[in-house]
Design a protein around this ligand. Structure first.
Ligand code: GLC
Length: 475
């Protein structure tokens, strides 16, 4: 066994101590238990942070907390406030919630970005909620819950919000900066990969769970179309390997009309210097962001792993992403899995991209830091692609160090060798993630169940036809 009992006990204890009770019922887990928290909202239950806790409890056969959480977050939606004078359409789910002081009769208090640093919008919350609902139904067989009028209404409200026309010209979802796990300004506005993977997962799941009654017909048709087009769009245009890099390097630009290959008018001049020589021939990955004359070449690891786990990447792409982790192990795993994005932005670029955010200085926090909470997704993706060896190596690095470092939130440095300068200790999703990973490596039944929680591309042949680039003669 890779992970010692001492480490596992410590992680389990942290998770148990983090449980929030409302009216005597477990409803979620706190983000961190560090007595010296770096920000007061870490003493709340974050929707995205609860996901690893929830998956762990489902794998352990303890679904009650997940059921209560799903109900709670659905109810909290009614609290959506006016932010900066702006009244938004209903449908958004909160980033986090906290319990009212001493009173079980009152509802918890949600944060829709109205209290969050920078007033950022939690676009990922409703996407995670939907995916968690599916995992709960798979684990318990309680399809009645998803089919109940309240949950059907919740699924409909999600679709109505996320499928709303938004001056879009592509099937990907347009979002503001900081609307997901990277919840500070980091140049991740536009069409970031992580949001596209979660959006795809939500569309896939809603298609399964929303009843095909007359009232839902139009929404379901739109949902299916968007899902299929998004899948093809991501597979073709977000994919980067050395062949595609060569194509981009020799792109014609300023093409006008329907029959063009460089549809987003990407200028070869925008290819950053670091990528030549860094991207191994055998590897590949899905790009960080894509828009008009814009490719963000940074590798965002969570979006790539989710694309594997949700069947958004093809199986060949999935295998090459895992190969990239193997071939660039020192930079992407180093002394703690997993680098959140590579490379860091530095100097003037750091100032412009982050708004001179000192927490996101180069190779720290979101800007090239290492986040142990991503381990569950790494292990899941490695197992799905037949790379148990990589999962075991990562677990062996993470387990002893995390316990020794008291479940740090993140690590700094090019190789993740330093505990994050402003990291919390006792960060709950660091512990939950290690526990899931352990289950997946050691327990075949848990592995099968986890595999059923994740999504599969049932119909890999059903690609939507989109213009593809063919190598162009040099101008
Ligand atoms: C930080 C992270 C965010 C997380 C929150 C609570 O803001 O960037 O992803 O949800 O902390 O842990």
């Amino acid at each position: 066994m890779i992970t010692s009992e001492t480490v596992l006990d410590s992680a389990r204890q942290l998770l148990e101590r983090s449980i929030l009770y409302h009216s005597g019922q477990p409803v979620g887990t706190l983000a961190a238990l560090d007595p010296a928290l770096v920000a007061p909202n870490y003493a709340e239950c974050f929707v995205r942070d609860f996901v690893p806790s929830a998956l762990f409890y489902l794998l352990e056969g303890k679904p009650e907390i997940v059921l209560n959480f799903l109900n709670m977050v659905l109810d909290l939606r009614a609290q959506q406030p006016i932010i900066l004078g702006h009244e938004r359409a209903p449908g958004l789910m909160p980033a986090s919630f906290r319990l009212p002081n001493d009173s079980d009769d009152e509802m918890p208090i949600a944060d829709f970005g109205d209290r969050a640093i920078g007033r950022v919008a939690p676009v990922d919350s409703a996407l995670w909620w939907t995916l968690l609902l599916r995992a709960y139904v798979v684990a318990t067989g309680d399809l009645e819950l998803a089919r109940s009028p309240r949950f059907q209404e919740g699924l409909r409200a999600n679709l109505q919000l996320y499928l709303k026309e938004n001056f879009e010209t592509s099937p990907s979802l347009l979002v503001p900066d900081a609307s997901f796990m990277i919840d500070r300004r980091m140049g991740v506005h536009g069409h970031p990969l992580e949001i596209q993977a979660l959006f795809y997962g939500m569309l896939y799941t809603t298609q399964e769970l929303l009843l095909p009654v007359e009232e839902n017909r139009y929404l379901l048709t739109m949902c299916k179309k968007r899902m299929q087009t998004l899948r093809s769009y991501v597979r073709i245009y977000y994919w980067l390997d050395s062949e595609r890099l060569n194509e981009i390097h020799r792109f014609q630009s300023e093409e006008f009309g329907h029959d063009v290959t460089n549809i987003l008018n990407i200028y070869p001049e925008s290819i950053p210097g670091w990528i030549d020589g860094w991207l191994p021939r055998a590897g590949g990955y899905l790009l960080g962001n894509l828009g008009p004359s814009r490719i963000d070449f940074r590798l965002f690891t969570f979006g790539n792993l989710l694309s594997i786990l949700f069947g958004l990447a093809t199986s060949q792409q999935a295998a090459r992403i895992m190969q990239l982790f193997e071939l660039r192990w020192e930079e992407l795993i180093g002394e703690m899995p997993l680098k959140i994005c590579y490379p860091a932005v530095e100097g003037e670029e750091w100032a412009h991209t982050t708004g001179s955010d000192p927490k996101n200085r180069p190779w720290s926090y979101h800007n090239g830091g290492h986040w142990p909470c991503l381990l569950w997704a790494f292990t899941g993706a490695a197992l799905r692609t037949g790379r148990q060896d990589l999962a075991e190596r990562a677990q062996a690095i993470a387990a002893p160090r995390l316990e020794q470092d008291r479940w740090a939130e993140y690590y700094d440095g090019r190789r993740g060798s330093l505990i994050g300068r402003r990291a919390n200790l006792m960060q709950v999703w660091s512990a939950a993630s290690l526990l899931i990973s352990h289950h997946l490596l050691e327990n075949p039944a848990a592995r099968d169940l986890f595999d059923a929680f994740m999504l599969r591309d049932e119909n890999p042949e059903s690609e939507v036809s989109l213009p593809r680039a063919t190598p162009q003669p040099a101008p």
